[in-house]
Design a protein. Structure first.
Length: 341
């Protein structure tokens, strides 16, 4: 597989400061970057020999080579440490220090970019510190250069932008994930493990979009034995290409909610203002009907319970005491909750 080499060069020219700023912890995010992807050059600007006062004249110039596209405005932590202006002539961001950098502290700088070069080419980022020399005598000029090279991976066939558990009960988990783009994607094997990360087994397969340049959302409902003893359940996705290549997602973790099995179901939060949830062990294949009743015994709404964490919108209801009735195992179970402003 061909590789794209990205070189990051930090060049600090001969300067004279009453203090001694420097660059630390130069990294890429993500690491390694991918062809056709986006990322950022991250580093710290620190003071080692005294405070650097506000409006000292210190400037940071961040320029990208012609194989990297300048991204959004750089950001700093603490915020508002620098003001940023884009110089179209030099195709670079120019940051001017506006707040002091305290001795021993650092400003974190994140400079976004997009990779536009072809595989096998070399891209360069240049970070240049400039400033007004100090009038103090005896200061040595600052000359600090940092070079960083990384090998760019080929573009990922599938970019998963989100993977999580939206709802989890005692015997069901609702998994959701989103892809930013897909290439040659056959689909996703869903794997689960109870209690630890050592016993993943396949519990389902979801077909992919094959090829897509827009966001695609997926959902999978996993059902498991209600008497499973482990409280925690782990999931991961195995993305499979049509050519047989595969890659694993990050592992996500959920805690099963079995509290409703003590007395049928639960209503949480309680009290509630805008919404509450009816938690039970029902699923889409065997939905149940619940009845919402006000304090006068009047039926307000019939609710189809189709998932283990059914949302109930309360915006249209007046504040007061309400009850939810649902038949569980041949008996009618009633739970009260309070609607507040």
């Amino acid at each position: 597989m061909k590789k794209l080499i990205l070189c990051l060069t930090i060049f600090i020219p001969m300067l004279v400061f009453g203090q001694d700023p420097g660059v630390l912890n130069l990294t890429f995010n993500p690491n390694p970057p991918t062809e056709g992807g986006t990322g950022s050059a991250n580093f710290l600007l620190a003071s080692f020999a005294g405070d650097i006062p506000a409006n000292s004249g210190l400037k940071v110039r961040i320029a990208f080579g012609n194989l990297l596209v300048v991204g959004m405005t750089p950001t700093t932590t603490p915020a508002n440490s620098f003001t940023w202006v884009y110089d179209s002539f030099g195709d670079e961001w120019v940051g001017t220090q506006i707040s002091p950098i305290i001795d021993g502290d650092a400003v974190a700088i994140v400079a976004p970019y997009a990779v536009s070069g072809l595989q096998g080419s070399t891209a360069i980022v240049n970070v240049n510190l400039v400033g007004v020399p100090s009038e103090a005598e005896g200061n040595e000029p600052l000359n600090d250069n940092i070079n960083l090279s990384v090998t760019i991976d080929a573009a990922l066939p599938v970019k998963i932008s989100r993977f999580g558990i939206d709802n989890i009960g005692c015997s069901q988990s609702q998994l959701v994930w989103t892809t930013a783009s897909e290439t040659n994607n056959e689909g996703f094997v869903v794997e689960r493990s109870f209690g630890d990360l050592d016993n993943f087994t396949q519990v389902g397969f979801v077909e992919g979009a094959e090829n897509s340049t827009v966001e695609v959302s997926y959902e999978f409902i996993d059902t498991y034995p209600i008497d499973e003893t482990e409280a925690f359940v782990y999931y991961r996705l195995k993305q499979v290409d049509y050519d047989g290549e595969s890659d694993f997602s990050d592992v996500i973790k959920g805690k099963r909610d079995c509290s409703f099995h003590v007395d049928g179901f639960t209503v949480t939060p309680n009290p509630a203002s805008n919404e509450t949830y009816i938690k039970s062990d029902v699923d889409n294949e065997e939905p149940k009907m619940a009845t919402l009743v006000n304090s006068n015994g009047q039926v307000i709404e019939k609710i189809a319970i189709t998932n283990p964490s059914q949302r109930l919108n309360l915006d249209s209801y007046l504040p007061g005491v309400y009850s939810i009735r649902m038949e569980m195992d041949g008996e009618v179970v009633t739970k009260r909750f309070i609607k507040v402003q």
